[in-house]
Design a protein. Sequence first.
Length: 53
Amino acid sequence: FIKAEIVSFADLDAAGSMAEAKAQGKVRQEGKDYVMVDGDVVDFKFNITSGSK
C-alpha cells in the first residue's frame, strides 16, 4: 500500500463520517512503518496496476 489514513474510532464516531472527521482535522496519514493501536479505523490507499500480457 502507499499510505493509510488513520482516525480513532472515538473521533470518527463523534464526527459522524470520515469526511467530517477529515474536515475537523482528526484524520492523519501514516506510512508502512505505522504501528496500529486498538481503536484505529484505517482507510488504506493503494495503486492497482494492470498485469503484463
